[in-house]
Design a protein around this ligand. Structure first.
Ligand code: PAF
Length: 275
């Protein structure tokens, strides 16, 4: 496994790399969710690159950036074990020199839910992802379903900007009790960890109600709210949407996606489920 820090060096290596090339973008703090992406990339590509770059611009709260979990040596160990060929771990200046001014915006998809709760976050994600795609020019790029708004936004951007890559979406990895894996779960204490289960309980309830024939999004959301409140979660948003556009739905007559974001103490968690 090679650890590369500059774009020039990476491009030189990639020009000789055997295709297909797969990219797994990360901010480090690697967990089983990332490992699922790495395994999928390894099974489909001859060359697997993963990037580790904690993008400061996508944190709309400075402390969140400063406190973001960092585990570089453990991350590299995991990547080596998972058979990654190249780790691209640039310094901030390599990606955002002081002269940098460009931002990419995916209208509509980035203006709702996460876009409202974390202003500027999705634009900054779009910008770093397009930079990584341009730098690595992968045949395949891997994203998790847990951050579904990010995933759909990247999908839109790849189509709109004619980027030559295939987006591969990988299902959410959950702990045995259902909690979706997230780098932020380490902030939860024992009690909060129990509360956090409310997200998945509420999503499962939505699925059950839907299977039993409920078609009113409002009725499903009302039942979910009770579960979230019982788990002492502070709801940020709860929505039932079209799974491609994330337009909200009131009457459910085909597969829909339920999105939930809630604060558990100081930790903000998100999850989603198709129903
Ligand atoms: O999902 C993430 O870890 C980040 O948003 C990404 C895609 C690596 C961009 O910084």
């Amino acid at each position: 496994m090679r650890l590369i820090k500059t774009v020039i060096e990476l491009r030189a290596i990639l020009s000789k790399a055997k295709g297909p090339v797969g990219l797994v973008p990360t901010m480090g703090a690697v967990h089983e969710g990332h490992i699922a992406l790495l395994k999928k990339a390894r099974s489909e590509c001859s060359t697997v690159i993963t990037s580790i770059f904690i993008n400061p611009h996508q944190f709309n709260i400075k402390d969140d950036y400063l406190n973001y979990p960092k585990s570089a040596s453990k991350d590299l160990e995991i990547m080596e074990t998972e058979g990654v060929d190249i780790v691209f771990k640039p310094e901030l200046e390599e990606i955002y020199p002081s002269s940098y001014t460009t931002t990419v915006k995916v209208k509509d998809l980035s203006d709702r839910f996460e876009g409202v709760s974390r202003p500027g976050h999705l634009d900054s994600v779009a910008t770093i992802v397009i930079k990584l795609l341009n730098i690595c020019q992968p045949d395949f790029v891997y994203f998790g379903q847990k951050d579904v708004q990010q995933l759909l936004m990247v999908k839109r951007m790849i189509t709109d900007l004619n980027i030559q890559t295939n987006l591969v979406s990988v299902g959410t990895v959950r702990d045995i009790d259902g909690l979706a894996l997230s780098s932020r779960n380490i902030y939860l204490n024992k009690l909060q960890r129990q509360s956090a289960l409310g997200l998945y309980c509420a999503l499962k309830l939505a699925s059950k109600l839907r299977i039993n024939g409920e078609q009113s999004a409002n009725s499903i959301k009302a039942e979910m709210e009770k579960v979230l409140i019982n788990h002492k979660l502070d709801i940020d948003y709860l929505a039932i949407c079209d799974p491609e556009t994330l337009d909200e739905i009131t009457y459910i007559d085909k597969t829909a996606i339920v999105l939930v974001a809630a604060h558990c103490g100081k930790t903000r968690l998100i999850d989603n489920l198709l129903i």
